[in-house]
Design a protein around this ligand. Structure first.
Ligand code: ATP
Ligand code: MG
Length: 485
């Protein structure tokens, strides 16, 4: 993707219609015009307006209108209406746009979802139900405006534009009440502050501190979606620190809340939590590429960031006499459980579990080539690059250079072994399980598995053994030895 210069933010002076309109894609202008032509109110709303004003590319475009969902379905043939929140999804040239009928929400019972959604309300009421002021603006016109002078306007009843200009995240209305309705708004406030580089208004922050515990009532999926986005921010420690300092971390990931205060002899004055934060900041962000499907790059970055955040999650529980014995073994299943609970993509938590499990290797230049091969076999070839990247981040988190000479040397030596196509696993042996089974006259089962494992160990140590007759003879010897036990 080319780097297109961003338009300047539109945060001061009168919000000129022409400036905002010039930033709307033609598909959005087309949707607005269609609604207006049918005599309906038509506004771009929420995060899209926030990003337009900031000069950022909106992730998605949301529109709002007084037309009810049935009317919308009729106005946009081929659109989908499949939820009770009044959202109709219209697809234009492969992109989806959400058009939502003005609504309010009532009867929150469990701090997370409204019991009722009411239509037939005004734009003002719709904006008042939104989470933070910078997300509670709309740009467009009502049917009545259209009849008067036809100009689209910025509707900003909660001072969102001023808060954008000063870099402030502020709840719409009474923060305690709004967070009481839906505890997710607290995580959204922190995530937005972190991603936009904004500060949280003191009254809003105080309400978060009072109500942080309610986050325990949210589904792991909703919490996880916010944590994912926070981890993928350019500097994830900003949001993570805010989570910890407001008490949200203790509710969302209690396993990490034990880290502050655990001593760590790496960087003067840093405790374990500071080490985790430095490590996660040092882990790779999303690497550009794969523009067609951004998901693999996103998941790769999530693996790197989540592994960095969680690599020492086993330390508080194992801390004794200034040491953290087996914190890798203890931490790996804890990391997997956290990411499973937060509904991270399955591939991500499995990889992170293995990374945490293996992160404590200590390479020495005296390792033989066979030792390098055993290391590759133990870790798994598919995990190698990520593990060395984690070590690089861990080193930065410990005040050392990223690819120190040791890590760089191990990287090079692993590469050498891989390039030489030497046997590294059972699948690389020139005999398979059937060959060995029939040579030994035994069937499949744990006994055969043990023989194959030891055979593989021997070949990884000495690739010269990987020859059919040698291996079958070796297999017989190994099996006889098993019998002696
Ligand atoms: P982005 O799309 O960049 O993540 P966004 O603010 O557009 O940010 P969405 O999840 O797309 O986030 O939500 C669209 C709009 O819906 C928000 O801008 C906000 O006005 C409103 N909104 C979303 N979630 C909530 C919530 N939990 N409580 C109140 N309003 C919300
Ligand atoms: Mg959005």
């Amino acid at each position: 993707m080319e780097d297109v210069p961003l338009p300047r933010p539109l945060l001061s002076g009168p919000a000129r219609t022409a400036d905002l309109e010039a930033r709307l894609p033609s598909a959005v202008l087309g949707l607005l015009a269609r609604l207006e032509g049918a005599g309906c109110d038509a506004f771009v709303v929420g995060g899209s307006v926030r990003d337009l004003l900031l000069g950022r590319e909106p992730l998605d475009w949301d529109l709002t209108t007084d037309a009810d969902p049935d009317r919308l379905s009729a106005l946009f043939p081929g659109s989908r209406y499949e939820n009770r929140y009044g959202t109709v999804t219209v697809t234009v040239a492969g992109t989806e746009y959400e058009v939502t009928t003005y609504r309010t929400e009532r009867g929150y019972h469990d701090h997370r979802r409204p019991a009722q959604v009411a239509f037939g309300v005004t734009l003002g009421e719709d904006l008042a139900r939104r989470d933070v002021t910078v997300n509670a603006m709309a740009f467009g016109r009502t049917a009545a405006d259209a009849a008067a002078d036809g100009r689209r306007v910025l509707v900003d009843p909660h001072g969102g534009r001023a808060d954008l200009a000063s870099g402030t995240i502020r709840a719409v209305g009474d923060p305690d009440a709004r967070f009481g309705e839906d505890a997710l708004r607290m995580l959204r406030a922190v995530r937005l502050a972190a991603v936009l580089g904004f500060a949280i208004d003191p009254a809003t922050r105080a309400a978060i501190e009072r109500r942080a515990g309610d986050v325990r009532l949210l589904s792991g999926t909703r919490v996880g979606a916010e944590i994912e986005r926070l981890l993928l921010a350019r500097v994830p420690s900003v949001g993570l620190r805010l989570l910890a300092d407001t008490g949200l971390l203790a509710a969302a990931i209690p396993e990490l809340a034990a880290q502050p205060g655990i001593p760590q002899a790496k960087i003067d004055g840093d405790d374990l939590w500071e080490h985790s934060l430095r490590t996660v900041d040092a882990a790779a962000a999303i690497r550009p590429g794969g523009a067609e499907d951004p998901e693999p790059a996103r998941q790769a970055a999530l693996v790197a960031r989540a592994a960095a955040l969680l690599h020492d999650v086993g330390k508080p529980a194992t801390f004794s006499d200034g040491r953290f014995l087996h914190h890798d073994v203890v931490g790996a299943p804890v990391a997997a459980a956290i990411l499973g609970r937060l509904a991270f993509p399955r591939g991500v938590h499995e990889r992170v579990e293995r990374l945490v499990r293996h992160h404590m290797f200590s390479y020495e230049p005296t390792w033989s080539d066979a030792a390098v091969r055993r290391f590759i076999r133990r870790v798994g070839e598919d995990l190698l690059d990520d593990l060395l990247d984690l070590r690089a981040a861990d080193d930065v988190g410990s005040g050392l250079p990223a690819d120190g000479p040791r890590t760089a040397e191990l990287r090079r030596r692993c590469r050498e072994q891989l390039d030489a196509h030497v046997p590294l696993g059972r699948g690389d042996l020139v005999v398979d399980g059937d060959d060995v089974a029939s040579a030994l006259g035994i069937g499949p089962g744990p006994r055969l598995g043990r023989v194959l494992d030891r055979l593989t160990d021997r070949v990884v140590d000495d690739p010269g053994l990987n020859e059919r007759d040698t291996l079958l003879a070796l297999a017989r010897a190994i099996e006889r030895n098993l019998e002696d036990r």
